[in-house]
Design a protein around this ligand. Sequence first.
Ligand code: KG4
Ligand code: ZN
Length: 351
Amino acid sequence: TAEPLVLGIETSCDETGVGIVRGRTLLANTIASSMDEHARYGGVVPEVAARAHLESMRPTIEQAVAEAGIELQDLDAIAVTCGPGLAGALMVGVAAAKALAVSLDKPLYAVNHLVGHVGADLLQGEGLRPAVGGVGELELPTVALLVSGGHTSLLLVRDLVSDVEMLGETIDDAAGEAFDKVARLLGLPYPGGPQIDRVAAEGDPKAIRFPRGLTHAKDLERHRYDFSFSGLKTSVARWVEKKRDEGGEVPIADVAASFREAVVDVLLTKALAACADLGVPRLLLGGGVVANARLREVATERARAAGIELRVPPLSLCTDNGAMIASIGAQLVAAGHAPSGLAFGADSTLP
Ligand code: KG4
Ligand code: ZN
């Protein structure tokens, strides 16, 4: 079928996501998050996330099916995130997907979470309009920058199903993780990304020149498309500490704005360098950090200046969700790929 009806399950982190698509049409995107339970620990606790997935899985599937107005029997396939992510969390989704596939006698497709993020851009539906640019078809090849609490990856996507190349990734903290850690040291609550964004709006991004990781000539040889944020975090910590030691007031808005500027600058410098080096005039953004107001602003400006088409799916599809996994599942079915069978397992370190 050209427009297969696919249910996708995503449980790589704290979101239990179940999405249903018909080809590229989004029918349902239901999400249960356990973020409230993690907030008091200042980060996602893997065991808590896995337990929450277990409790949310059935109701989330039922809600998605009701929202889509379909019968489970009508599905052409089930798709599930098999990695990368938290091992225990992934296992719950994989087990649920296998149970559904066996009981309904439907083919099952294992999907790489990062490829899923790119698949988010394919979806169309009522009220779904790309937040930035790219109203038409997703053209390939494209460079994709995926930035969330769990990953910071730069991909070259030549084919969604068979040809995705990892150009680079973070060698230490993910970008969202850096936002969360810096927020914590500024005394802002978790998750810190939205808090930094809010506070930074009042600050001067040029107040403090924080380092841009892996941008020096000697680093570029080996890490042209890789990222590093732990040095930046340490630099912010030292700056704040020194200010406090001197008995001065910490200008939180300026620190937040300057930190945010450093992250945004390095993310976009590297992503646009990849577009230029590879002669690919398209850049796709995905992941929760795409909610960042400054990232969207600078991405829009710099992409326009460089003659690059920028695509940012709506935020509800940028953060982890089941619809993006269903979207890739539908592509796999439509392209005639063989199902994954039942022998695969969750792979927390899937490349
Ligand atoms: O994609 P996501 O919802 O979940 C995963 O990590 O997979 O991303 C969550 C991350 C968190 O680290 C959060 O602090 C960050 O995205 N984030 C932001 C903003 N909103 C969320 N980072 C910067 N600016 C924001 N406005
Ligand atoms: Zn993700």
